[in-house]
Design a binder for this molecule. Structure first.
Ligand code: ATP
Length: 255
């Protein structure tokens, strides 16, 4: 059975309760079971604001799952993303609930509370390096990837301890229209690059890790577009999973 340690211990089942308060945020999630003899698995962290989660995120996750044979993808909504200055995010429980609803149709997709506000308190900033280290510790036998869109990877030099992050796990960098995958190499400090350049056009070899370029996905959808359409009372049909669309309507979000 796959480790589902990032599922909330008491979260209401997706689709059953749409209440904001229906999502319980435990102090820390259950990691208790022994992994001593668990077979090695291939897992990925997919972090984001997910405000809201949309069909582009799902397309990226599905393409990554197919190409890298991922057993589990943990969707990690961030309580307060360090890279986004926008003031008003939908509340964490809403963004988490939508991520959980989007995951409900995919057995390998698990919503994670790894960056949930602690005890419902003031959201503090979570850094990807800390989240990755935590997953590495909890899944020490597994191969861990970090999934990110090309737009976000190009910003990586602004991330906290990004050089250490580049050393810590392999990345899957998803194509996003408008962002060139061949520019990705330029944001990697030259001393991190492997001495010999690989012939594989879909990978950038670093000394300790590897950046895999996922060019089999191309989605124009963004959360910004979804929010803007909702503000203008336009349809978002097809831009987000059906259950998420229903949730947004039921909770009157982004109006
Ligand atoms: P916003 O429009 O509010 O900036 P977003 O659509 O970029 O949001 P995020 O939640 O910030 O969504 O994205 C989470 C991760 O998913 C990031 O790494 C981002 O680059 C990636 N991502 C989002 N949409 C796409 C897409 N259409 N194609 C490829 N990657 C994407």
């Amino acid at each position: 059975m796959p480790a589902r340690s990032h599922e909330p211990a008491h979260a209401s089942a997706p689709g059953h309760s749409h209440s904001h308060a229906g999502v319980h945020i435990p102090h820390s999630h259950a990691h208790g079971h022994s992994r001593a003899h668990a077979p090695s698995r291939v897992i990925a962290i997919f972090g984001g604001t997910f405000d809201p989660i949309h069909s582009g995120h799902i397309a990226v996750a599905q393409a990554a799952q197919r190409r890298f044979h991922l057993d589990t993808i943990y969707f990690v909504p961030s309580s307060r993303p360090p890279h986004k200055s926008r003031q008003s995010l939908a509340a964490f429980p809403h963004r988490y609930a939508m991520a959980a609803l989007a995951c409900a149709d995919h057995a390998a997709f698990i919503p994670s509370l790894a960056e949930a506000p602690v005890d419902g308190g003031t959201p503090h900033v979570f850094y990807s390096i800390d989240t990755v280290k935590r997953f590495r510790k909890e899944h020490s036998d597994d191969h861990l990837y970090f999934i990110v869109g090309a737009d976000q990877f190009l910003e990586i030099p602004t991330w906290y301890h990004y050089e250490q992050l580049l050393d810590t796990c392999d990345f899957i960098i998803a194509h996003r229209p408008g962002f060139r995958l061949d520019a990705l190499r330029l944001v990697v400090p030259p001393e991190k690059l492997a001495r010999t350049r690989t012939q594989n056009p879909h990978a950038i070899e670093l000394r300790k890790t590897k950046l895999h370029l996922l060019s089999t996905v191309s989605s124009h959808v963004s959360s910004t577009e979804v929010r803007q359409r909702l503000e203008k009372r336009q349809s978002i049909h097809g831009l987000v999973p059906a259950r998420v669309e229903e949730y947004i309507r039921g909770q009157a979000l982004y109006r």
